[in-house]
Design a binder for this molecule. Structure first.
Ligand SMILES: Cc1cc2nc3c(=O)[nH]c(=O)nc-3n(C[C@H](O)[C@H](O)[C@H](O)COP(=O)(O)OP(=O)(O)OC[C@H]3O[C@@H](n4cnc5c(N)ncnc54)[C@H](O)[C@@H]3O)c2cc1C
Length: 404
């Protein structure tokens, strides 16, 4: 087994791991990023970069270059039911140079971030590295062992190991860190429909609700990305009802898609997201820290998972760069990261749970008396309420900045 030494070993090349690796590498910290896949191209898993992330990228000189890649923008979210229509979020009111959500495929974003990290001599990226074991010494995590696609084993020894390996985190399991889980009332089906030049321009992003159904429509350059909510664990029923029933349901909610819903002709074109939400009560142990989805799986409400993963990475880099360089990382540094990131995560998860309870669950139950909650109907009328949800979605409860 080959052995390699580094200061920081990051497991998982998603938004959290890739961003942390870049931020540490640009501060001269030796960092090795291990990603189990051979490339960053994967199933649809969201592609929203909120204003806070664009500000973070701007502060390290990358925002304009990222915006030169193909992307789309969303600056408003409206809700439409058969009886009501209101604009819930308007990012254009916010004080930021990026008053919109940038939609960029995750593969392009991760390629971009890792290409940037490769410019720094202390950065190493190992694709196809599937981490299987923690290396431990006297109860202290000292690195990991991974297997490549050829079946070879390698060991990375590190002062600090970061688990950024996503919602099914192996590192979290190996470290026996247990999350507190909650059960959102829905699962999501994600699929695309073609976009046509005469489609309503301001349709994305729109939440459409009616007759026990709910979908979100997002405008991408050549297509519409559709998130279709279903009651928790009801996918087998949706499948049994058949594709035609799903096509009909989509065209009833969004009538102008009737001429193309038949292009949704294969279940394989539909990604199923089993919606979960959880949060670790302890994000670290000696020599190990978990961030991003590995520390807290977010519900898709507000599309904030990528952003919170990146916020974790920024705070972790702010706190860890100096002690990593001087080989002086202590548990108090890891505790500080959890302290700074746990409460914003709690706040947003509470907000998401409220939306699920008050809007999504009643909408999916489809009662005849369904109305939008009063708090939402007041949003367009009260100026403070118009800004608050937009600011929460855009920045979270606390703005995160790169300190170095
Ligand atoms: C269908 C779907 C739609 C979504 N939509 C949105 C959205 O619109 N907006 C939004 O903000 N969020 C969305 N999310 C959530 C978002 O994808 C996550 O919150 C975000 O990607 C978390 O980033 P992360 O870096 O923590 O983890 P991940 O992105 O999950 O990255 C983890 C990485 O670790 C790698 N890995 C796992 N195990 C190992 C191992 N043993 N060894 C080495 N590597 C390993 C994985 O291959 C992966 O690349 C969506 C998720 C799904 C599934």
């Amino acid at each position: 087994m080959s052995t390699h030494e580094t200061a920081c070993c990051i497991v998982g090349g998603g938004p959290a791991g890739a961003m942390l690796a870049l931020l540490l590498a640009r501060q001269d910290v030796p960092v090795t990023l291990l990603e189990s896949h051979l490339n960053f191209d994967r199933d649809f898993r969201g592609d929203t970069l909120h204003p806070s992330v664009m500000e973070i990228l701007d502060s390290i000189g990358l925002a304009e270059r990222l915006l030169s890649l193909r992307h789309a923008k969303i600056d408003r979210l409206s809700i439409q039911t058969p009886e009501e229509s209101l604009q819930l979020i308007d990012l254009r009111r916010l004080m930021t140079p990026y008053p919109y959500i940038t939609l960029i495929p995750q593969v392009d974003f991760l390629d971009f971030i890792t290409a940037e990290a490769k410019r720094y001599p202390h950065f190493q990226l190992q694709m196809g590295a599937n981490v299987q074991e923690l290396v431990k010494k006297n109860g202290h995590v000292r690195g990991v062992r991974y297997r490549t696609v050829n079946g070879d084993w390698h060991e990375v020894r590190a002062q600090l190991t970061i688990g950024a390996d996503g919602r099914f985190s192996r590192l979290r399991r190996l470290a026996k860190l247990k999350p507190q889980t909650s059960q959102p009332p829905m699962d999501m089906l994600w699929f695309r429909l073609p976009r046509q030049p005469d489609d309503p321009v301001d349709a994305g992003a729109t939440l459409r609700i009616g007759q026990g159904r709910l979908l979100v429509l997002q405008n991408r350059y050549a297509h519409w990305q559709i998130g279709y909510a279903i009651l928790k664990d009801s996918y087998s029923h949706v499948r049994a009802a058949g594709l035609e029933a799903l096509q009909r349901s989509v065209s009833e909610l969004v009538p102008w898609t009737h001429d193309r819903v038949d292009q949704l002709s294969n279940w394989q074109d539909i990604a199923v997201l089993s919606v979960g939400a959880d949060r670790l009560s302890q994000w670290y142990q000696a020599g190990l820290l978990l961030i991003g989805d590995a520390a807290h799986v977010m519900s898709p409400v507000g599309g904030v998972g990528i952003n919170y993963a990146i916020h974790d990475a920024v705070v972790a880099a702010n706190i860890l760069a100096r002690p990593l360089r001087s080989r002086a990382v202590q548990e108090r540094h890891l505790a500080d990261i959890q302290r700074q990131r746990e409460w914003p995560t709690r706040v947003i998860q509470t907000f998401q749970a409220q939306i699920q309870q008050r809007l999504i669950a009643p909408a999916l139950r489809g009662s005849a008396s369904f109305r939008l909650p009063l708090s939402m109907r007041l949003v367009p009328r009260i100026p403070l309420l118009r800004t608050l949800p937009a600011a929460l979605i855009a920045f979270g409860p606390k703005r995160v900045r790169v300190e170095a």
